[in-house]
Write a protein that binds this ligand. Sequence first.
Ligand code: ZN
Length: 652
Amino acid sequence: MLPAVEQLIRDHRQKLNTLLDDQSDLNFESLVVPVELMEHELGRVWSPVTHLQSVLGSRDWRDAYNQALPLLTEHGTEISQNAKLQSAYAGVEASLGEAAGEARRSAVEHALREFHLAGVDLPEADKDRFKEIMQSLAAAQASFEHNIQDATDAWSLHIQDIEELSGIPKQAMERAAEHAQEKQLEGWLWALDYPSYDSIMTHAHNRQLREIFYRAWSTRGSDQGDSAAWDNSENIISILALRHEAANLVGFESYADYSLATKMAGSSDEVLNFLRELSARSRNAAERELADLQDFAGMQLQPWDLTFWLEKYKQSRFSVSNEELRQYFPARTVINGLFALAGRLYGVELIELNDVAMWHEDARYFAVRNDVDEVIGGFYIDIYARNGKRNGAWVDECVSRQNLDGKAELPVGYLVCNFPPLDDAGLSLLTHDDVVTLFHEFGHMMHHLLTRIDLPSISGINGVPWDAVELPSQFMENFAWNYDVLRKCSAHPESGAPLPRDLFDKLEQSRNAGAGLAMLRQLELAMFDFRLHAEYEPDKSIDVLEMLQSVRDEVSLLEHPPYNRLPHAFSHIFAGGYAAGYYSYKWAEVLAADAFAAFEEAGIFDPATAQRFRREILEIGGSRDIMQAYIAFRGRKPSIDALLRQDGINDA
Ligand SMILES: [Zn+2]
């Protein structure tokens, strides 16, 4: 693999240089098509490599992967910083006639936007400063993350009296006991990893213990934590300043505007109004939920009580056990039901091929055939957990669709999950959560496979704005909450009976417990993130905690203790890719719920609605403005009503 990657990079570098040497005669065919094909070729080589690295668990493979990765990163930077390539694209854009078509125009625009956002077209001095900023930013973000990691790793709590630990599930107890043994201690040694934190907050009867964990968790990486060495206060200030300066250099007033340049949401005002409207309309429901919970608990609830009492409340009101549900969802039955649904909605047929090479005996391959019997793509599916396989569930592209040089290639994808391995009876029984996960990933897969776009950089999931990319997947989840669909996805292994109606009813009732409070919590995070990046001014000192308080005054129902330092461990926005983008979670949920409502209005299997969804959303990749596409599907802009209804949040 390594020599193949090296060879490919060498070839591409040479090809690109030759292309750019003769600047006189560059047009779409002579520049964009070969560049697209090179990217495509690289993807065809590299995506199986990363895929196998995730599912194979081979030491040799990982070593080769780790040697190839920096070569590709360097190659990627070389291209994204290539000013000659940028100006060649600009030349092509200027020469694109009216007849060029939306997809071609869009591919060129996307490429130019990437160059611009990476500072390639800046004057020399600014360009150098931009690069400097990016380096400092990368360092500050890494330091932010390390501080959280170090603070978390340094924390522990040793408990010897089992009485203090009542209610905590066995698995978490066993981990803590092992941890104690490793350190030659009696009893239980607790760490601050998320699974431990989560099981204490959800299950520990001991209120004081919950508060200790809450305090440790909410002061990680801050001046309120155990060591000043891990305080992220300065990192936060410099990250905000650097982002603002970079955004200014490439012509944006704020980092929020810079972030929105590649997103579906049109402006800062649009995002803030969206968040404020959701918050205003969820408030009554959240207040009612909190009052109910406090009644149920018989006391005023603090932040470290909420998860615990919500869990107790759910158990007492809608006792529906995962184990009972699991009996009805053998993985193969669920998959067959899901494929039948895809057939009903989109007229596609999924046919298993047995002569395809696989990395493991669990994996299978399906070809996708449309209603006129043409194969339009295919995918690998590998759903059982095993050693050496990365955790979680995901879809990735193996081959993206392209049709540029007369040799069209069809899209191929991977769908990977970590469901329970087959038992002695040859069954893997799924929880309903697992079923929802499978539907979610399958929604991504349909997006990848049903595309009609010929340019790989904007076909399938490629080039789709970040805040819209979860639309097809979250949309698909809704079908896993429909009884007609679940009936066809379920069969008790002994009786063959489908999921009983009364069990489904209980499941459905439990879906929305605490939905209003959860909504406000997400809105608090989203609004804090967005306002921070929209309102930052370099000449004024920014008080991050004051900003947080102002957001909480507007959105939150709970009082937080003064030591709470949420920003200092908010990695999504200070170390990850969600800066001025945390709102995307809710944005995509609104799109998905509103799109599904169109199906509910017409009957959820309505062929005309499904055809329209396929044509306007699933087929277009990144070739069109997604808001315009959405309006073409829905006949109007997205509305938040459907999500509120789906969450059982009735603001009346
Ligand atoms: Zn997803």
